[in-house]
Design a protein around this ligand. Sequence first.
Ligand code: SF4
Length: 317
Amino acid sequence: MPGVPDIKKNLELLSIDITSKCNLCCAHCYNESGGSGEKDISQDEILGIIDAVKDYKPENICLCGGEPLLKDGVMEMLAAASRVSPGVGMVSNGLLVTPDVAGKLKENGLKTIQISLDGAKEYQHDSLRGLSGSFKAACSAVKELKRAGIRTVVVDMIPNRLNYLCLEEYFELCLGLGADMVRFMPFMPVGRGGKFGADLMLDDEEMLAFQRNLTEIRKRYKPYILAEWDDPVMSARYICRQIADTGIPKIISVFANGDVATDVYAPVYTGNIRESSFKEILDTGLSKAREAGRFEDILGGLHNLNDLEDIRHRFKT
Ligand code: SF4
């Protein structure tokens, strides 16, 4: 129909927080994962969401959390997602990745996994993540996942005062583990990061030093390992501009309580899967949010990381 945006042809990423439960309690966790998860969306509800997007053929579906490997039925969800999308991914802390689990992830179609590794030294990772032994577990997970034949294993680090000076050592570690890519994202003063992160966040001068170092080291290591810097503010602004202009979201995020939004870090909520069908949320909910000027509101109010906490709660349904 002329004039109606065709979401179906353009969905690049469906991200689903399949649980809010986690076996770590990281100081920087932006969505404050942990707890009983009793209000989380169920396995059937998640399979329903995956089924609802089958005609949209999203390029990527990411199963996130919390720690997704804690969710009962995660392998079934993975298999269902793999039937709908060619690029199924997961974000995990790696604690539960044994050789057996890595093999099952591969069998059920996982293409990409991101494992968090916050430094080149044990203390840098373990003190941020709140569990002794979590660094060793994350390193072992990367090796097991590559051994199992997962196509792309990404390792991600949040630069902070404990680790930002160890960049070269970090690249060497990731290369040795066999990772395909390293990804860096700033420490966000959001969720637990907002409550406990003041001492860990880099100030402007430290961030500048980190960025200069990253630019130089990244160039040198380019033939061996890819490196990426993710800026949640730039990305949220791009997403909002694009939806405000065209009405077509490239990313849809479903949170563990069933809320649906157009971004993870600066979400504009468009409904909840327990109250409306996924199709209604994408059609009606999105149009209402657009007519209410919510994407322009974010563009007007989101300029740096310190604006994120307010934005995250501003447009709750
Ligand atoms: S940052 Fe990841 S691993 Fe840490 S508590 Fe949050 S969900 Fe769990």
